[in-house]
Every structure is written in C-alpha cells, then in structure tokens.
Design a protein around this ligand. Sequence first.
Ligand code: SF4
Ligand code: SF4
Length: 230
Amino acid sequence: MIIVKEKPLDEILGFLLPYESILIVGCDGCTQPPRGLREAMTYAMLIEMRAKIKGKTNLKCRATTVSMQCDNHICSTTLTPQLEGIDAILSLACGVGVQTLVEVFPEIPVYPGQNTVFVGSQEREGGTMHEKCKACGECLLGETGGICPITNCPKGILNGPCGGCVDGKCEVPFEIRDESGKVVKTIVKDCAWYLMYQRLKKLNRLDLFRKYRPPRNRAISSSPRLLEVV
Ligand code: SF4
Ligand code: SF4
C-alpha cells in the first residue's frame, strides 16, 4: 500500500482559497490510511468550516471518490460527469493519483491533500508503517529470502553484511523524525543481511547468500522512467 499523511489544513486552504467550488476526490485504491468517500466528506466539511473562519464564506466543497485514482480511464469516466461548475480539484490520493488527474483534466487546477510518504506495509498493533519497497525495477527478493536489501539495509548493500553488523544489529541507528526533521526516537534495528542469513539458512539456500551480486543497473531505476504495458 502507498502510505500517505494528511497535509496541514491551512496548507490545503492556501491552495483552495482563490476558488469557490471544489471537488474533493478520494481514492478507494491502496492509500493507507484510507482516503475514500468518507474521508473526502470529512475533508469537505473541515475545509468549508476553516474557510469560513478565515472569512471566505462562499467556498463550497463536494466530495466524491474513484476506485483507483492512478487509472486515467477510471478517473475520466467517473469524474467527467461531476465536474460541471467545479473550479478546482483536491486529490486525497498519493502523488501518482494527483498527477493522473492533472493529465486527465488539464484545464482544471488539481491540488494534493496528502504527502506521499512511502510504499510500505502496516503493522496492525501500534499502527506503525514500515517502508518495504522503493520500486527499484530489479527485484532481488527471490535471492534474498524475501527480505529487501534496498529498503531494509540503510546502505543498500547487495553483498552483505558490512563490517558494522554486531550481534545481528545494524550499526546505523534508525531515526524517526517529526515534521520539522527533528529526531524524536532512535531505534537499533536488526541487520537486514543478518535476517537474510537466518532466513536463507532455514530455507537451506545459503548458496544464495554467498552468491556475488554485481553493482545494480542504475539505468533502469533512474528517473524519469517510462513503462510500456503490452
Ligand atoms: S528489491 Fe526491494 S526495492 Fe527493489 S523491487 Fe524488490 S522489494 Fe522493491
Ligand atoms: S549492518 Fe547490516 S543492515 Fe546495517 S548497513 Fe551493514 S549490512 Fe546494512
């Protein structure tokens, strides 16, 4: 799932104040936390209230959602009939959804309501999100016991572990930061390559652990990339 985090309401309002009629578009796809119709309706109410507090009484919001905001055909067929009289769109999807709406409706201003954080998975208890994939274009999971060295090893080492693995722990502290970038928590994490070793040993595939991997082909993961679906 794609992890998103709400933008501050005042930042959103900064985008929307020049307009009067806004369509808030949720996405029923993979954003986490969910950003579907219910959330779009909540945003509509909050934005109208906040605009009134700021003296803008004529700002009206309508809420809707699409099943996948990253699909231009779905966006076009679902949203085109709803755009009559709309001055601007606020997307609650990830950055891909926002860019899809920009391409499908080039004549309408589209603004992001979320900050896209990373591609990850959710730990139910505690609500922690873990980054799992950087979409590197050359997936190594088949050789690494299903543990991604690109996202789980801070150095992105392909032939590990480095010399800094002590008692199975990584030498690079894992830092959780607040909005301003200040470190609020530091965690000592397991070395990704240590975890790989344990896993591949269990699978009786230590041959994969010993296998030499040449430097990655950065050309396939450098931006911007284009993917042709056949
Ligand atoms: S190796 Fe890691 S970053 Fe690359 S595609 Fe696989 S899971 Fe994603
Ligand atoms: S200790 Fe392990 S996880 Fe940490 S940087 Fe070295 S190889 Fe990567």
